[in-house]
Design a protein around this ligand. Structure first.
Ligand code: ADP
Length: 371
């Protein structure tokens, strides 16, 4: 089937009337950022903040009308109330090396934003994110956790909180909270079994909404669990979210480290400081005899960090207790703070906090250097 075109999308949208008048969305110039990729369509409808309520049914109608076009697989329409800023946003994911100014207004009251990344899935990135967040919380800091892993959001399960977030005013979402940690995840907003297809700009819209339309309050630090990999989504996010720094999680095997290298290079290209590498599943500690086995040949991450001039932040063993705690929605660092693994996370959190503070101090104002 022929690919749907931007003209067809605009054509369909010109039959959607704006509220309180007879003019349509296209004639009024409210539609922007139309992106069509492989049958997945995304666009924004630009409004003022006061119009949000009135436009929500229009947004739905616009999605339905575009979804009915032949060849359309999915449609994401986003209302945006930041007209000036929106016009500055790229309509395509920025290319490597073109750092876009991050929009600081997305999260006005957050002291530092630290992303947790991995070159591939399954290395324990989410496990590290939540335990790092809990360890920062244990230091007495105000902490938020943004689950930006839109392809496989795992925070609802790991934090043991489910269901749609509340909204007091119908616009801003309240973050979910457990153990004092504020958390927002796309997993709270869509059913677990909903297949999600995200493409460049749509990914950014989703992430921007999770940052901007959530009542985070004042935070000392926000931990962002990024989607695994070093593709468009991660790159766009690294460029558009005002990250203070990034952490790479890797297992010790060569193949995972190869991916970790790619991650490191990606952040360097977009000038986000890499705070360091964490080796997860570093070795196996037998729960019965206490013997230690280097299943994946221990120490690879440390060697890679040294080789690439990055800091090594610490190692976390492969231990049933860590997995069981995560699966039960009780991250080990919160549920059992005296456990040696929790202590390891706390030592990592100390370094992360120190580095984040130093970076903020360095830049004297803007949190990261923008070319
Ligand atoms: P990712 O976010 O990289 O995809 P997850 O954090 O979801 O990885 O971890 C994948 C699985 O491995 C989960 O079931 C998690 O509980 C488990 N896991 C992660 N780290 C450890 C560890 N150090 N010891 C035992 N199990 C772990």
């Amino acid at each position: 089937m022929a690919e749907v075109t931007e003209e067809q999308v605009r054509g369909a949208l010109s039959s959607v009337a704006a509220p309180g008048g007879d003019k349509d969305l296209v004639a009024l110039g409210l539609v922007s950022g139309v992106v069509v990729r492989d049958g997945n369509v995304g666009f924004t409808i630009e409004i003022t903040p006061e119009q949000a309520g009135a436009f929500e049914p229009v947004r739905k109608q616009a999605e339905e009308i575009v979804a009915a076009l032949p060849g359309v697989l999915s449609v994401t329409a986003v209302l945006t109330a930041e007209r000036v800023q929106q016009q500055q946003r790229p309509q395509q994911p920025p290319q490597q090396g073109q750092r876009q100014p991050p929009s600081k207004e997305l999260v006005p009251d957050v002291g530092a934003i630290v992303a947790v990344a991995s070159g591939k899935g399954g290395v324990g990135k989410s496990t590290v994110s939540i335990n790092l967040a809990m360890a920062l919380l244990a230091k007495g800091l105000k902490v938020g956790l943004l689950d930006a892993d839109i392809y496989g959001p795992s925070m609802p399960k790991m934090l043991g909180v489910y269901g749609r977030p509340d909204s007091e005013d119908g616009n801003m979402l309240e973050p979910k909270e457990n153990y004092g940690l504020k958390c927002m995840s796309i997993g709270f907003l869509v059913a677990e079994d909903t297949p999600m297809i995200w493409r460049g700009p749509m990914v950014m819209s989703a992430i921007e909404q999770l940052l901007r339309d959530v009542n985070w309050g004042t935070l000392d630090i926000m931990v962002v669990d990024l989607p695994p990999g070093t593709g468009d989504a991660q790159l766009t996010m690294a460029q558009r979210v005002p990250l203070t720094g990034a952490i790479i999680v890797s297992t010790p095997q060569d193949i995972a480290l190869l991916d970790a290298r790619k991650g490191l290079n990606m952040f360097r290209k977009v000038e986000v400081p890499v705070l360091g590498i964490i080796e997860n599943m570093s070795y196996f500690a037998c729960p019965h005899c206490g013997e230690r086995t280097d299943i994946f040949s221990h120490g690879g991450a440390k060697a890679t960090a040294e080789e690439m001039g990055a800091d090594f932040l610490g190692e976390i063993p492969l231990d049933m207790a860590i997995r069981e705690a995560s699966d039960a929605g009780k991250p080990i660092t919160a549920a059992d703070p005296d456990n040696p693994h929790s202590q390891a996370f706390m030592a990592i959190a100390d370094q992360v906090w120190e580095k984040a503070q130093a970076l903020k101090g360095d830049s004297q104002g803007p949190k990261i250097v923008v070319q």
